[in-house]
Structure formats: structure tokens, C-alpha cells
Design a protein around this ligand. Structure first.
Ligand code: RIB
Length: 307
């Protein structure tokens, strides 16, 4: 296996999307939407992003023994992702997500994890490649015990673990200590650090909390404002290009997948050109928001034009 391999460990969902004029309030019915069904799930989305942007990617996930699970595997293969470690759960259905979009491209998402909730450390033990991957990329749509298990083992083998802490959940200090990089958005950063991130200064305050806990590098995504990077040697903010937003679903996934790819091209921790890495990811994520859907909106490498 190539030493530049990326392993994504995370969820795969089928997204049921309704694009409406507005997001409903509790108890309200909004009439007049359009329905779409798309491949999604934060893990699968990030694997697709990494593959389309030039990475050598395997996805470790769990699907149900149903049509959604089969479609998920087919889709991943079309993107050149290795699916040897897509496990099948005979007891639970495949993960699904209900997504409502408004006219501004903002969304509300509810996830029924299904089989994703049964991706356990015992499954990870079967995945020989995990210890050989250059980058391990995870999100928080699978059990926390699985994530903690991977981080603990990766520490022993000195692998780079990236966590995109979405959907937002508390992470314990032991786990944070093992991270090469964390990529929260403002909301996730606020939940994890207690700092309300509204600008560069507050992004820096939040980043320092992660760094103090032993995370090596922090990137806080700031939506249309771009992204903020900080480690113990440098910090900077990179603005995002101005684009017409159609749908923000999977923008964060595209960002984290792109970061993983950019990092596989840089071998040595001391020579990583972080500004280039972050810029590449911002451009990829900005492209994804101009299109509807999760995986279907994720760009290919040839579409990335750095500014
Ligand atoms: O990040 C977007 C994803 O979140 C969607 O594809 C949905 O499946 C949920 O996992």
C-alpha cells in the first residue's frame, strides 16, 4: 500500500433532501419544496472529497444490508475509493439523513445513524491498513469509543489523525492529546472550547485552548469568511472567494477531505506549507457550496483553481 494513503473512518448516509423557501419553525409545515435523494454521510463525503481531489483513499464504514447500503458502496467505487472495509450490518438499516434547505443554501439536518452506530473497535481491529495509512481522518457520526480506539492506536504508530468534530460533541482531553489536526467550524469550536468564535481574535483564543490540550494544529472554518489556522509556530486567516451559495451541505466535509489530500503531499511535519494546504481546502469547499447536494457537489481536482 502506498505510504501516502488516506483512511477515512466514519459514517455513510443516504440524504433525503427537501429544498424549500425557508426552514420550518417547530410545528410549522412549509409547502412547495423539491425533493432530492443523494449520497451523503460525513465519512463518505470526506472520502469522496479526498478521492476526487487526488487522494489514495479507503473508507471504513458500516452500512445496512439494504438497497441504500448497496448504492453507497457502488457510489464509493465509482469514485475510486477502496471499499474492502465497508462492513455490512444485518441488524440495522443504513444511515439516513433528513435535510431541509432554505433559499440561502442554509440547512437543518437530522441523522438516523442506523448501521453507523455499530461501527465498533472490533471492526477497526480487522482493518490492517489503519496502521499503515499516512493520514487517518474521522468525524463524530460513529461511536466515540471507536474514535478513541483509533486515536490511541495511531499515537503508538505516530500517524497523523485529523478529526473534524462534526456533529459537535465534547471530546475528552486524552483524545485531543493524540490529534495532529482538528477542523471545527465556529459552532463546534464554541462547544469544544467555550469561546464564542466571531472573528480572528476569538478564533485564536479557541485555537489556543486546543493547542494547550495537546492538539498539534487547529483550523477553524469560518463559513464565507474563510478559515483560521494556528499552531505553536504560526497563525493566519485565509479569506474565502466570493461565490453564489446554493447549498452548504458537505462544505465542511469537502474542506476536511481536501486538507487530508494536501497533507499527504507534504511528508515532513516541519515543512508543511500550511497556507497552501488551507487555501486548497477553502477553494474546494467554496466550489462545493455552488452546487446542490452532498457528494454530488464535491469538486474534482481539475476544478480547483487557486487564487
Ligand atoms: O456534512 C453533511 C452530511 O451530514 C450529510 O451528507 C448528512 O448525511 C450528514 O451526515
Amino acid at each position: 500500500m502506498s505510504p501516502n494513503k488516506i483512511i477515512v473512518i466514519g459514517s455513510a448516509n443516504t440524504d433525503m433532501v427537501v429544498k424549500a423557501t425557508k426552514l420550518p419553525l417547530p410545528g410549522e409545515t412549509v409547502l412547495g419544496g423539491t425533493f432530492y435523494m443523494n449520497a451523503g454521510g460525513k465519512g463518505a463525503n470526506q472520502a469522496v472529497a479526498a478521492a476526487r481531489l487526488g487522494g489514495n483513499v479507503s473508507l471504513v464504514t458500516k452500512v445496512g444490508n439494504d438497497i441504500f447500503g448497496k448504492q453507497t458502496v457502488e457510489g464509493l467505487r465509482k469514485d475510486g475509493i477502496k471499499t474492502d472495509y465497508v462492513f455490512t450490518d444485518n441488524k440495522s438499516p443504513s444511515g439516513t439523513a433528513l435535510i431541509i434547505l432554505n433559499e440561502e443554501g442554509e440547512n437543518c439536518i437530522v441523522v438516523a445513524p442506523g448501521a453507523n452506530a455499530n461501527l465498533l473497535p472490533s471492526d477497526i481491529e480487522k482493518v490492517k491498513q489503519v496502521s499503515r495509512a499516512k493520514i487517518i481522518l474521522m468525524q463524530l457520526e460513529i461511536p466515540m469509543e471507536t474514535i478513541a480506539f483509533v486515536v490511541k492506536n495511531a499515537k503508538k504508530t505516530h500517524q497523523k489523525v485529523i478529526i473534524n468534530p462534526a456533529p459537535a460533541q465534547k471530546l475528552d482531553d486524552e483524545l485531543l492529546k493524540g490529534l495532529f489536526l482538528i477542523t471545527p467550524n465556529e459552532t463546534e469550536a464554541a462547544l469544544l472550547t467555550g469561546i464564542t468564535v466571531i472573528d480572528e481574535e476569538t478564533a485564536s483564543q479557541a485555537s489556543k485552548i486546543f493547542l494547550d490540550k495537546g492538539v498539534e494544529n487547529v483550523i477553524i472554518t469560518l463559513g464565507k469568511e474563510g478559515a483560521y489556522f494556528e499552531n505553536n509556530n504560526q497563525h493566519f486567516k485565509i479569506p474565502a472567494p466570493l461565490v453564489k451559495v446554493i447549498d452548504t451541505t458537505a462544505a465542511g466535509d469537502t474542506f476536511s477531505g481536501a486538507i487530508a489530500v494536501a497533507l499527504t503531499e507534504k511528508q515532513d511535519r516541519s515543512t508543511i506549507e500550511w497556507e497552501q494546504v488551507v487555501k486548497f481546502a477553502i477553494v474546494a469547499a467554496s466550489k462545493s457550496v455552488t452546487r446542490l447536494g452532498a457528494q454530488v457537489s464535491i469538486p474534482y481536482k481539475k476544478e480547483i483553481v487557486l487564487y
